[in-house]
Each structure stands twice: as C-alpha cells, then as structure tokens.
Design a protein around this ligand. Structure first.
Ligand SMILES: CC(=O)SCCNC(=O)CCNC(=O)[C@H](O)C(C)(C)COP(=O)(O)OP(=O)(O)OC[C@H]1O[C@@H](n2cnc3c(N)ncnc32)[C@H](O)[C@@H]1OP(=O)(O)O
Ligand SMILES: O=C([O-])CC(=O)C(=O)O
Length: 380
C-alpha cells in the first residue's frame, strides 16, 4: 500500500507539464511572461498585446497586434439570444454564477463549439476574449435593472468595458489604469482555475466546457473570489483607525486574512506592489477612499506578525480599491479577474492540448478492505 507521507496535499509543488508562458519565483517575488517581468508588461503593454503574446508564445509585430485588435473589436458584440438570457436572469444572483451560465449558453450558440482542433480553439479563444467584457458589463447592467449598452469599436478593450458599464467614455487615465489592472491579471502559471481549464481540456472536451469549469474555480474565495472578500473585510473594518485592532484580533484568533498568503509566493506578490502604487496615487489624488489607508495598516500588521511564515499581500489585496475608485461594485471584482484571465486560460489550454495527456492523479486509498455487501434489511 502507498505511504500517505508521499501525498502532495493540494498538489503543492507537483510538476505535471511544461510551459513557455509564465515563470514565477515565489521566494523572491518574481513573475515573468515570456521571460519579460510583469512590471515591464504593466508599464509598456496592453491587455490586447499580452493576450496575443501568450496565445502566440512571442511578442507580436505591430501588424499582428493591429490585426488581433481588429479581430477583438469585430467580435465584441454578443448574440441577441444571449443578451435576452442575461436580461432574464434572476436578480441578486452572484455575477460569477451569471457569467458561468452566460458562457455556457454562448457555447450553445456557437456552431464551432464542438470543434476541438487547434485552429478552432484559437478562433474561439479570440471570440471569448472579445466577448467576456461585453457579457460581464451586460450582466452588471441587467442586474441593476438598467438597459444594456452596446460595445463601441473605437475604444480600447479596457476603455470599452468602462464605457459599457456607465455609458460614459472614461478618461484616458481611467482607461489606462483599468488596462494595467487587466494586464496584471492575465496569467499566472498553473493556478487553480487554469489547472481546472486544463483538466477539463485534457479529456478533449470543448473550449466552452473548459472555460465554464475555470470560471467556477476562480469564483472561490481562496482564489479569485478573494478580491471581493477583501472589500467585505474593508467594509467591516470601517475606518482606518479601526484597522490595527481589527486585524490584530483576527490574527490572535488564528483567522484567515483575505488577500494575503499564496501557494507559490512566500514574499510580496509583485502584482500587489504595482497595484499598491496605483491605489496610492488614486487615493491621494482623489482623496476618495479610506480603503487604501486601511490596507496599508493591515499589510504592515500582517507582515510584522506572520511575514515570517511567508504570508504577504497577494494580487487580490489592493485590486479592489483600484476597481472601487473606478466606480465598480465589489460583486464585479471577480468577474473582472475572469475578464482578464480568459486570455491566460485560453493560452494555457491551447498550449497544453497541443501536447495533450489526460490528467488523472491518484489518491491513497484509506477506506475499508475485505468488505462485503450487506442487504438493506440486515443493516443496523
Ligand atoms: C489570485 C489568487 O488566487 S491569490 C490567493 C487568493 N486567496 C486569498 O487571498 C485567501 C487567503 N489566503 C489563503 O487562504 C491561503 O494563503 C492560500 C489558499 C492562498 C494558500 O494556502 P496554502 O498554500 O494552502 O497555505 P496553508 O493554508 O497551508 O497555510 C500555511 C500557513 O500559513 C497560514 N496562512 C495562510 N494564509 C493565511 C492567511 N490568509 N491569513 C492568515 N494565515 C494564513 C496558515 O494558517 C498556515 O499556518 P500554520 O502553518 O501555522 O498552520
Ligand atoms: O497562482 C495562484 O495560485 C493564484 C494567483 O495568484 C493567480 O491565479 O493569479
């Protein structure tokens, strides 16, 4: 019988494939895509460019990027039948549930959905990347009882999303800030949702099934759902002067703090540093939110108290303050994560299924042995 000591609980440290897309050094807090540091992507690139770079496995030329940008714009609109489904969804559902259902329905409307060839997967990926933002904005508007706003073709992916939320064209600064947030969330190696997409894809299932599975995995508060949970925590804290006492008590009670800790990073997640810097700029400029000050205090206490255990802020810690300052409601923070991560899911899925092997780990059996069936009437 296998020794239970050989179990990699939570699959920690298990290597199951090779990838050329994303590298993470968790002890030094380094993240690169195609070998390029995340800070350089955030400073110089766009959601569109990073998405294409990951799909192609290399930096695109100007012509390739212009073509991809045109393809995304041409695919922004969603089918009328899906708009009707979104409008008819019950009010008050979690937007991640609504997104999961909408993407699943989108698959029903796509005549190419069952084609699992590399070419079809790539074409579907482009359409899904384009349509995620329209779907999420439509869910947001419908859930608020507002008319759905059609996408505009003259705005960037990030700018168009903000436009579809409010009907107002965002400032260049707002659109760029949101774009940077998207860039920071596009991909992150074999995280739970990407792994889930790949696990589904490894059975040679269709793209819509893979992405629907990934949305479900991202939703949980130990993964993408933590950004919303951080905002719940900030609302619970209330004011900056309460932050230290609140978090000290939680740590004393051995409660988990949302937005900190990571399976791979045992130091600052580099994305959290970029987001913190933007959150600080927005907070000082607009003088708007207490959120930044509360987070600063929480970060300090957490790092002092449990930094030695490798617990530091992750990407979800500061992202919500940035979204909140852009006027986005907390229930939509995780859908926005999906809006960005769709590119990483698709790129990783296409990479994996290009050299596919069914994913099927094992468990150490610890149940009964030598048992026999007992008739119902003979059981105690
Ligand atoms: C985009 C993303 O998915 S980033 C992650 C988003 N998730 C969160 O922010 C939720 C909060 N964080 C967590 O729950 C965890 O840190 C996870 C799930 C992300 C990673 O967990 P794991 O790698 O399984 O770490 P594990 O649960 O084994 O914890 C190791 C130790 O750190 C502690 N720890 C881990 N995370 C936290 C936290 N958020 N707050 C307080 N203590 C923590 C654990 O209590 C444990 O301590 P112990 O050894 O004294 O028992
Ligand atoms: O890598 C992980 O486990 C979680 C994460 O930070 C991400 O998906 O962005």
């Amino acid at each position: 019988m296998t020794n239970t000591a050989s179990i990699a609980k939570g699959l920690e440290g298990v290597l199951f494939t090779e990838s050329k897309l994303t590298f993470i050094n968790g002890t030094e807090g380094i993240l690169t895509h195609l070998g390029i540091p995340i800070q350089e992507w955030a400073e110089n690139s766009t959601f569109e460019e990073l998405s294409l770079a990951l799909l192609n496995g290399q930096l695109p030329t100007a012509a390739e990027l212009a073509q991809f940008d045109a393809d995304l714009k041409a695919n922004r609109a969603i089918p009328e039948a899906l708009t009707e489904i979104i409008k008819g969804m019950p009010r008050g559902v979690h937007p991640m549930q609504a997104l999961r259902t909408a993407v699943s329905y989108l698959g029903l409307l796509d005549p190419q959905a069952e084609d699992t060839s590399a070419e079809a997967r790539r074409a579907i990926a482009t359409r899904m990347i384009a349509q995620f933002s329209t779907i999420i904005a439509a869910i947001n508007r419908a859930q608020e009882g507002q008319d759905i706003i059609a996408p505009r073709m003259d705005l960037t992916h990030a700018g168009n999303y903000l436009y579809m939320l409010s009907g107002k064209e965002p400032t260049a600064e707002q659109a760029r800030l949101f774009d940077i947030a998207l860039v920071l969330h596009v991909d992150h190696g074999m995280n739970a949702s990407t792994f889930t997409a790949i696990a589904t894809g490894s059975t040679l299932s269709d793209m819509y099934s893979c992405i629907t599975s990934a949305i479900g995995a991202l939703k949980g508060p130990l993964h993408g759902g933590a950004n919303e949970a951080v905002m719940d925590m900030l609302d619970e804290v209330g004011t900056p002067d309460q932050a230290e006492g609140y978090i000290t008590k939680k740590l004393d009670n051995k409660e988990k703090i949302m937005g900190v800790g990571h399976r791979v990073y045992k130091y600052f997640d580099p994305r959290s540093r970029v987001l913190r810097d933007y959150a600080e700029v927005v907070a000082s400029k607009e003088g708007k939110s207490n959120y930044y000050q509360i987070l600063e205090t929480i970060e300090k206490v957490v790092v002092d108290r449990i930094g030695s255990k490798g617990i530091y802020p992750n990407v979800d810690f500061y992202s919500g303050t940035v979204y909140s300052d852009l006027g986005i409601k907390k229930e939509y923070f995780t859908p926005i994560f999906a809006l960005a991560r769709i590119s990483g899911w698709c790129a990783s899925l296409i990479e994996y299924t290009g050299n596919n092997r069914l994913l099927r780990p094992d468990a150490v059996y610890t149940g009964a042995t030598d048992a026999h069936y007992v008739q119902l009437q003979d059981r105690q």
